[in-house]
Design a protein around this ligand. Structure first.
Ligand SMILES: O=C[C@H](O)COP(=O)(O)O
Length: 250
């Protein structure tokens, strides 16, 4: 059976008490599930969730980190602090970071290399805006983001990277890319990775789809050849929507 990587990005939601309530429920529901499951709570709940997850197969992720390891960077969170809490994976280059906070590929690339050098896995997000899609530039935009964000990342280190394709126009909007359209971009991602690295690296690459993934579309999306998992936002905030996604009938 195909093993998928399904991650819940809680974004700027959940107090510590709410985070614990969700993760406690999730632990019971997903025990023994075949897929790789991750949750990415806000920074303020990471420690509590890390403690709750001890001994569970659910992976702890963070939603972002600084491009610097330590020092005078008020308000930032370092890779070392994430490691210290037991974080295993960090989401980088999310479109909300790119678009709201102006993160460039070069800046994201520094974070990707730092995270990997300190032993974290990375979920690297890429995706086009509606304007870019309508201009026929979706593939080119994604290819450019991949080349820029993965600059100087070796093929060995690429094994620690999952790509999340998230069309910006499908995030939190209820609009989902059709499975065929999503798969076409995933295929283009594999082709780009094959060019940047090797055919083997492209084949081994795990590519998640993100953008209004819900219980009723998870099966169809993840049934596509090049879709290896999901990065789930809104539907990851409640057990009754995240659990069916994690347990979807592959
Ligand atoms: O990181 C998750 C994505 O931005 C998707 O969010 P969404 O499922 O609320 O559309």
């Amino acid at each position: 059976m195909r093993r998928y990587f399904i991650a819940g990005n809680w974004k700027m939601n959940k107090t510590v008490a709410e985070a614990l309530e969700l993760v406690e429920g999730l632990k019971k529901e997903v025990s023994g599930v075949a897929h790789r499951v991750m949750v990415a709570p806000p920074f303020t709940a990471l420690d509590a969730v890390a403690k709750s997850l001890k001994g569970s197969e659910i992976i702890l992720g963070a939603q972002n980190m600084s491009d610097q390891e330590s020092g005078a960077h008020t308000g930032e969170v370092s890779v070392l602090m994430l490691k210290d809490l037991g974080v295993e994976v960090v989401i980088l280059g999310h479109s909300e970071r790119r678009l709201i906070y102006g993160e460039s590929d070069e800046f994201i690339n520094r974070k990707v290399r730092l995270a990997i050098s300190r032993g974290l896995e990375v979920i690297l997000c890429v995706g086009e805006t509606l304007e870019q899609r309508e201009a026929g530039k979706a593939e080119a935009v994604v290819e450019g983001q991949l080349a820029g964000s993965l600059k100087d990342v070796s093929e060995a280190d690429l094994k620690k990277v999952t790509i999340a394709y998230e069309p910006v126009w499908a995030i939190g909007t209820g609009k989902t890319a059709t499975p065929g359209d999503a798969d076409a971009i995933h295929k283009a991602v594999r082709k780009k990775i094959s060019g940047l690295y090797s055919a083997q690296a492209a084949e081994d690459l795990v590519i998640q789809y993100g953008g209004s993934v819900k219980p009723d579309n998870a099966k169809e999306l993840m049934g596509m050849e090049n879709i290896d998992g999901a990065l789930v936002g809104g539907a990851a905030l409640k057990l009754d929507s995240f659990v069916p996604i994690v347990k979807f009938d592959a």
